[in-house]
Write a protein that binds this ligand. Structure first.
Ligand SMILES: Cc1cc2nc3c(=O)[nH]c(=O)nc-3n(C[C@H](O)[C@H](O)[C@H](O)COP(=O)(O)OP(=O)(O)OC[C@H]3O[C@@H](n4cnc5c(N)ncnc54)[C@H](O)[C@@H]3O)c2cc1C
Length: 399
């Protein structure tokens, strides 16, 4: 098979797909793409179908922050995220080496200004927690508490009542470059076929058969549902007992891209829900809103403006920076907030891989591993709260 043969749809090539496969992946965002990459490495005959364009759902945004949970109150969930963030560096290096494509990754660290004095006491406790919990497998990351920012002349506020946290675990990458690199990897795949512009319209789990939007039928051994927020109804349809509440919901986010001269090596900044992320290409991403109620899912509005204004005030280099793009997307938020992964209780061959919510890029590679362990008949090795089973139980209980 030559390089282009297993990428169909986008450029008007034939959309005919294999009629029988080991694994069907529904949705080509960061979750589905990582699952496809892992399936390729395992030699599984796989079809990834994307209803629209690859990497242009929630995964087609601008921000790309890779942030850990707080280093205190350690739990299996925090451990999983820590391991995933540490492992991503190696995954990215492998992906970049295989494709020759950069994903704009850098462990740049994060500055968190502390506007109130009492925040310093909390931060000092976290500094100690990080010494223990962020020192693992030969890696030591820090939650430094500083009086001044670790980079001079970057922030307008050189003094803060509580000082500044400098977190050395945080990293960033470019969501769009990540999508391109994962797709680039799959362009040379031997076992995976990727089709754009074709969605799954129905899943018949008794027959292990999917109907595609052009009417073709595909039989599969397993199916991974990685359709972002659209996974929730798809998974719910296959439940024998209907839960009282939806398994999850879309949460709208808006962000902006600004053009500015900022050293791409500087840490990202986080202040009161605002992220400022300098990327490698001279662009600085700013965001994001978090909207559970919205009318227009994919257009930006005045709610984005205060974030842009706040970013201009915080980072002098952004004061007169041109806004190049305003972008909105829908994050998949599962009912119990954590990612939603694993076998469907009624149909073990139906596997969820969604619920990345605000942290999908830092976890997707490891969540995909877990989903594929299920395909192989193994244990997921994930925190219980991430399991589809847990989310269903929560949805069933809520009246
Ligand atoms: C404004 C904003 C900022 C964010 N910032 C960050 C951040 O800084 N760091 C971070 O880690 N995360 C961030 N996120 C979250 C992150 O973007 C998501 O967790 C992640 O992209 C979800 O990936 P996904 O593959 O599950 O979904 P998506 O990227 O939405 O992909 C799902 C795909 O499935 C396709 N699809 C749907 N239904 C079907 C069907 N029936 N058949 C075939 N295909 C189908 C869709 O077209 C879509 O392409 C942000 C999100 C937003 C909106």
């Amino acid at each position: 098979m030559n390089k282009a043969d297993n990428l169909a749809g986008a450029a008007g090539q034939s959309q005919s797909v294999p009629s029988s496969i080991d694994l069907l992946i529904v949705g080509g965002g960061v979750m589905g793409l990582w699952a496809a990459v892992k399936a390729e490495r395992m030699g599984l005959k796989t079809l990834l179908v994307e209803a629209n364009r690859i990497g242009q759902g929630a995964s087609g945004g601008l921000i790309g922050a890779l942030m850990a949970h707080m280093p205190d109150k350690w739990s299996d969930k925090k451990q999983f995220q820590f391991d995933a963030l540490v492992a991503l560096e190696g995954e990215v290096a492998e992906l970049q080496a295989a494709t020759g494509l950069s994903v704009g990754y850098r462990r740049c660290g994060r500055i968190i200004p502390l506007p109130k004095p009492h925040l310093r006491d909390i931060a000092l406790r976290h500094q100690q927690d990080a010494k223990t919990n962020w020192a693992q497998a030969g890696h030591q990351y820090h939650w430094h508490v500083l009086d001044v920012p670790p980079v001079a002349d970057y922030l307008s506020t050189q003094e803060m009542a509580g000082g500044f946290v400098y977190d050395t675990l945080a990293a960033r990458m470019s969501p769009r470059l990540m999508g391109k690199a994962l797709l680039g990897y799959l362009a040379a795949a031997k076992h995976v076929t990727v089709v754009e512009g074709m969605g799954v319209t129905a899943l018949d789990m008794d027959r292990t058969q999917a109907t595609l939007s052009d009417g073709q039928l595909v039989s599969f051994g397993h199916v991974i549902v990685s359709a972002g927020y659209q996974s929730f109804p798809l998974l719910q349809q296959s439940l024998k007992l209907s839960p009282a509440k939806p398994l999850g919901q879309p949460v709208k986010g808006q962000s902006a891209l600004m053009k500015a001269t900022i050293d791409p090596a500087v840490p990202v900044v986080f202040l009161g829900g605002l992220y400022v992320i300098p990327h490698d290409d001279g662009m600085v991403a700013v965001g994001s809103t978090s909207e559970e109620g919205f009318v227009e899912p994919f257009t930006t509005d005045a709610q984005l403006d205060p974030l842009i204004e706040k970013a201009r005030q915080l980072v002098p280099a952004l004061q007169n920076a041109e806004v190049i793009e305003r972008w909105a997307g829908l994050r998949p938020k599962a009912i119990d907030r954590d990612p939603m992964v694993g076998a469907h209780p009624d149909y073990p061959r139906l596997i969820a891989l969604t619920g990345g919510f605000k942290v999908g890029f830092g976890l997707a590679h490891r969540l995909a591993d877990a989903a594929l362990r299920v395909v192989e008949g193994g244990e997921m090795q994930l925190p219980h709260s991430f399991s589809l089973e847990n989310h269903i139980a929560v949805a069933m209980k809520i009246s």
